[in-house]
Ligand binder design. Structure first.
Ligand code: ZN
Ligand code: FE
Length: 766
């Protein structure tokens, strides 16, 4: 009763909380805390923030705020809190603020807006679907304020049901009761639904015929056991699913999906199954079990009883755990390990609409397990690995996007990324939002999806860009797209963007030594760079040295056929490739050699990626690849940790640039190949050589320039052996060493680097 209050001690505050505070049960949480601390007032969603108006005694308010800030709901992420005292007029208190209310949302365009990523099924919902008698027993779309789809179904902010794809489902009386009850864990769970009122599953064959009057999950499980391939609609799009222990089905899937060798991801029933197959660390277990549920790259146990065709020849496997109620329910039907791979044809974006999937996947899938809940924004499963006990994100997607991160400027900017492994990034009011992995823009449907996601971000985060940033490469699709935009444009060098992506992630602004190892990127002199030693900061950089140039013949063909890289290196060193390269038609090699002699269709490059390709081909790993980075991945895969030797390399100075010479490396490999040295030894010696050369180069730069911070970035640093060894050696020499963690080291991180370069560049002008 108000009479019990000491009115002299009565205070009123308006608190505005920014961050991930919508769709995470924040308002009922505040409501319950208000009851606990006898605080009056209200709470409301406003754009991307939560606003609390609270009155009470000074002590109660203090405890109320402290509790909210110190122990927020599991999924919430508080980024910024503004607390303003409000003068109390006694009559206002009496009329309006006795008791605590949850008010309806207002859609005003807030300054800072956040969107929650999709969240894996929580333990309580899991118990609901497993428990006979529960109203959600076996219901595959069960969710609550702590779990369920978010980003994938959100069309606009604030996060309220009418702005999601759940809009078309009307809550039944029971669901509505939960939704309206602040003490219920489904209070304002926007996708709340049940078997009576929510989305429904249905199974069709690949002719479009529905299989009626069945338990769709039970029948799907049986079909999987019978060796069928099923397209299943999930959170971020379709998966193609089959039995991971059935070699024939996996081969069939590979043929139909046109995916010859690229590893397929697995989903295990539980962590015990993962431990049967792979050796896992504590950190890996923690990530597998987290509410993001990414694919984690793990080391396979040897001997392995799984079909080799899951990840041909590789020691690593990508595994994840179930993250939707549907997946959990499938595993209850006598399944324990499934191949769960993106529902697309290789190179194209993931399918996410029922009609498109039926059309495009009917030659791959035998059956389709569909549902009538629309996906608004598709995304693939995220891919991570653990190095030195730290999570490294290789593919940022479902559960990890949108990624909101603080930046050093409040400009409104759009960054368009590169070409392959593309992503976009927008910034506004000191926050950057990085999109999910958007694939290779050369594929037209990927490009269409890229534009769609960009429009969505512009709308969602209310972006009217002062500036558009793109890669310096004139022929990237993203560059053409930039040119069609009216905002001011700024072009950024590819390797500078890699370097700054890592600097910004670690909040570094001063000068660093940047070691940027990747496949392709346009350099200042027009050559294709990729084995670079840079010095610079967020605004500027210059090159101190690189891997010595070589002419590589064949354009894009050279990237798909590593033997062409080998032939190019041999030609440069005056060896005859025809005599050395095995397994390729000698006439074709001769043609390439002649083209090299006359510099026809050749590009000049310092790319370390191409050197890896050349060594992979020379050492007999492979002459042609079927997926991006395959030769380098397979070369790393055969490393023998016992081998400590390396090949000869030289660091020379020419035209004020330091160069790592490759002659000793290539000749060392050739000699070992001639002496029938095992590929494991050749590969390890080669890796050790690059590690030695890199570290020595960095010592030299410190000696000359007095810099002690080193940034390692670029796609080649996906190579764990290379990254960990360079990191460890430099640390031992007292360098401060940084590498990409949450921002991908590959081209997926370019857009984030670009945004930070643009921010720095705009500051320069002021
Ligand atoms: Zn219902
Ligand atoms: Fe790159």
């Amino acid at each position: 009763m108000k009479d019990e209050k000491n009115w002299l001690d009565y205070k009123r505050y308006q608190i505005k909380i920014y961050g991930i505070v919508q769709g995470v049960g924040f308002r009922p949480f505040v409501y319950n805390k208000a009851l606990k601390y006898k605080v009056d007032g209200w709470v409301i969603n406003e754009g991307g923030a939560v606003v609390i108006d609270c009155s009470g005694t000074k002590g109660d308010i203090k405890r109320f705020i402290f509790d909210i800030v110190k122990h927020p709901p599991t999924l919430a992420k508080l980024e910024k809190i503004i607390c303003i005292p409000i003068n109390i007029r006694f009559e206002t208190v009496e009329q309006n603020t006795i008791g605590f209310k949850i008010k309806e949302s207002i859609n005003i365009r807030n300054k800072i807006r956040f969107v929650s990523p999709d969240v894996a099924t929580c333990d309580k919902c899991l118990a609901d679907i497993q428990q006979k008698g529960s109203s959600r027993y076996k219901y595959p779309f069960t969710n609550c304020t702590e779990c369920g789809p978010r980003y994938s179904i959100i069309k606009d902010l604030p996060y309220d049901r009418p702005y999601t794809t759940m809009e078309s489902f009307y809550m039944c009386e029971e669901c509505k009761k939960e939704y309206d009850d602040p003490s219920n864990r489904r209070f304002h769970a926007e996708p709340n639904c049940c078997a009576i009122c929510g989305p429904k599953l249905y199974l069709i064959d690949n002719k479009g015929q529905e299989i009626e009057n069945i338990d769709a999950i039970e029948v799907t499980a049986k079909l999987i056991q019978d060796g069928k391939i099923i397209a299943i609609k999930g959170i971020g799009g379709f998966h193609l699913v089959c039995d991971a222990r059935n070699e024939d089905t996996i081969q069939m899937l590979r043929t139909k999906k046109q995916r010859k060798d690229k590893p397929l991801a697995l989903m295990a029933k539980n962590i015990d199954i993962v431990k049967e197959i792979c050796n896992i660390t504590k950190k890996e277990e923690e990530i597998l079990l987290s509410n993001r549920k990414p694919i984690v790259i793990l080391t396979k146990k040897i001997p392995s009883y799984l079909p080799d065709s899951i990840a041909p020849g590789l020691r690593k496997l990508g595994l994840m755990l179930p993250y939707t109620p549907l997946q959990h329910l499938l595993f209850e039907e006598k399944l324990d390990l499934l191949v769960v791979t993106s529902g697309n044809i290789s190179g194209m974006p993931i399918e996410y609409k029922n009609e498109d999937a039926k059309k495009n996947l009917s030659d791959v899938a035998d059956y389709f397990l569909l549902n009538d809940r629309d996906i608004y924004t598709p995304s693939d499963d995220s891919v991570v690995k653990v190095i030195n006990g730290v999570e490294l994100v290789s593919r940022r997607a479902r559960g990890y996007t949108p990624y909101a991160v603080k930046v050093q400027g409040d400009q409104t900017i759009i960054a368009l990324g590169a070409e392959q492994k593309s992503s976009i990034c927008v910034s506004k009011n000191q926050y950057a939002y990085v999109s999910q992995y958007l694939g290779d823009l050369e594929d037209y449907s990927c490009y269409l999806n890229y534009q769609k996601v960009l429009n969505h971000y512009v709308h969602l985060f209310d972006i009217s860009a002062e500036m558009v940033v793109h890669d310096m490469h004139p022929n990237y699709i993203s560059t053409y797209f930039a040119k069609s935009q009216t905002a001011t444009k700024i072009a950024v060098w590819h390797h500078h963007a890699h370097m700054v992506s890592c600097m910004a992630e670690h909040s570094i602004s001063d000068n660093v030594i940047g070691v940027i190892y990747d496949g392709t990127g346009l350099g200042l002199d027009g050559a294709v760079w990729g084995g670079e030693f840079l010095i610079g900061n967020r605004k500027n950089f210059y090159r101190v040295g690189h891997l010595e140039y070589v002419f590589i013949q064949g354009g894009d063909q050279a990237i798909k056929e590593p033997w062409r890289c080998a032939a190019s290196y041999l030609n440069a060193l005056s060896y005859d490739p025809v005599e050395i390269i095995k397994g390729v038609d000698s006439e074709v090699i001769k043609g390439v050699n002649q083209a090299l002699n006359s510099k026809i269709n050749c590009f000049l490059t310092s790319s370390i990626g191409r050197l890896f390709d050349a060594v992979a081909a020379l050492s007999g790993i492979r002459n042609k690849i079927t997926y991006d980075g395959q030769a380098a991945i397979e070369l790393e895969n055969v490393i023998d940790l016992e081998v400590k030797d390396s090949y000869k390399w030289n660091l020379i100075e020419r035209d004020e640039q330091f160069l790592i010479q490759y002659q000793g490396i290539i000749e060392g490999v050739l000699e070992d190949v001639n002496n029938d040295v095992k590929v494991n030894i050749i590969s390890t010696k080669f890796h050790n050589t690059i590690i030695d050369a890199t570290c020595s180069f960095v010592y030299k730069i410190r000696e000359l320039k007095g810099l002690n911070k080193v940034v390692l970035s670029g796609g080649v640093f996906e190579n764990s052996y290379l990254l960990t060894n360079i990191y460890n050696i430099l640390k031992l020499k007292n360098f401060e060493v940084f590498y990409n963690q949450q921002i991908p080291t590959n081209d997926g991180g370019i857009s984030f680097g670009q945004i930070n370069i643009a921010i720095a560049a705009m500051e320069n002008e002021i």
